[in-house]
Ligand binder design. Structure first.
Ligand SMILES: Nc1ncnc2c1ncn2[C@@H]1O[C@H](COP(=O)(O)OP(=O)(O)OP(=O)(O)O)[C@@H](O)[C@H]1O
Ligand SMILES: [Mg+2]
Length: 263
């Protein structure tokens, strides 16, 4: 071909493979939307447990590549996943689970933006989730690569935002609400975690953005001791509160309303 420049076609087959891999997944719920330490991992992990305990087919994908921790909450110890035409998620307590920790172990996995996106593509392209009612995504803090990547890649995505009443957290939840409503990602709602005293700040914030406030989960001083044991987790106050959230999810249609208003 003489002269003119050729545009390279997009030769990355992974996005198409991912759509196929997720074809048996009914709902994808990103649990995130705030700065660090609000309890996203705790809520995502207990929600997975509560949904599985209710007979739902549930998956949990830890998207915090630099500090994976959902396996610690649930007490999942797994080596390299089994491979056959892809890799199988590890199954514990009825939860199909995938995490970089199954590959990297305790080794740090510092990833730049493009590398992090590639790791996400890779894991999604190779993981055989099979048929699931709900796939929960334990999102890392912030609104960077992982959020934008899942919005671009995951079909049927909705978000559950986990905030606390702290003023240092509220601003990050507000930004998440603005971003997600602005790009019209369906919102399941906002949950307040670690409630110690009555207050309406998180509920008010949700209302300001036309999002559902899904209730408050108590600060549970016994939670730390229960980490790593599904039996002990089931006895925590947090599990009780998250159970109501699980009931809400199972009774909601799975076609959440895209929230229009932004402030
Ligand atoms: N309701 C609760 N009661 C008591 N402790 C809690 C509660 N929720 C979370 N925690 C504890 O708070 C700490 C932070 O929780 P978690 O790791 O789930 O936050 P995170 O939002 O996932 O953090 P990161 O943004 O770094 O991923 C953990 O030690 C966790 O065990
Ligand atoms: Mg976390």
């Amino acid at each position: 071909m003489a002269g003119g420049q050729r545009t390279m076609p997009d030769i990355d087959p992974r996005p198409a493979v991912i759509a196929d891999r997720l074809s048996g997944v009914g709902r994808v719920i990103g649990v995130g939307g705030s700065k660090g330490g609000t309890g996203k991992t705790a809520v995502a992990s207990l929600l997975a447990l509560a949904l599985a305990d209710r007979g739902a087919r549930v998956g949990l994908f830890d998207l915090d590549f630099t500090s994976p921790s959902a396996h610690l909450v649930l007490g999942v110890e797994a080596g390299f996943p089994a491979e056959e035409f892809g890799i199988d998620p590890h199954v514990a307590e009825g939860i199909a689970m995938m995490s970089v920790v199954f590959f990297a172990g305790e080794m740090p996995a510092p990833l730049r933006g493009a590398e992090s996106s590639s790791a996400l593509l890779e894991l999604l392209a190779i993981t055989r989730w099979g048929d699931l009612d709900v796939l929960l995504l334990d999102m890392p803090p912030g609104l960077g690569d992982a959020t934008l990547d899942v919005v671009a890649l995951m079909p049927r995505l909705e978000f559950l935002l986990v905030g606390t009443a702290s003023r240092v957290v509220l601003g990050s939840v507000r930004r998440a609400l603005r971003l997600l409503t602005g790009i019209r990602v369906p919102l399941l709602g906002v949950v307040e975690n670690m409630r110690r005293e009555d207050g309406a700040a998180v509920a008010g914030l949700a209302g300001d953005h036309g999002a559902h406030f899904l209730g408050a989960l108590p600060f549970d001083e016994h939670f730390e001791k229960a980490l790593g044991s599904a039996e002990a987790l089931r006895r925590t106050g947090l599990y009780g509160g998250v159970g109501e959230l699980a009931d809400t999810i199972l009774s909601s249609p799975g076609e959440p309303v895209a929230v229009a208003g932004t402030r």
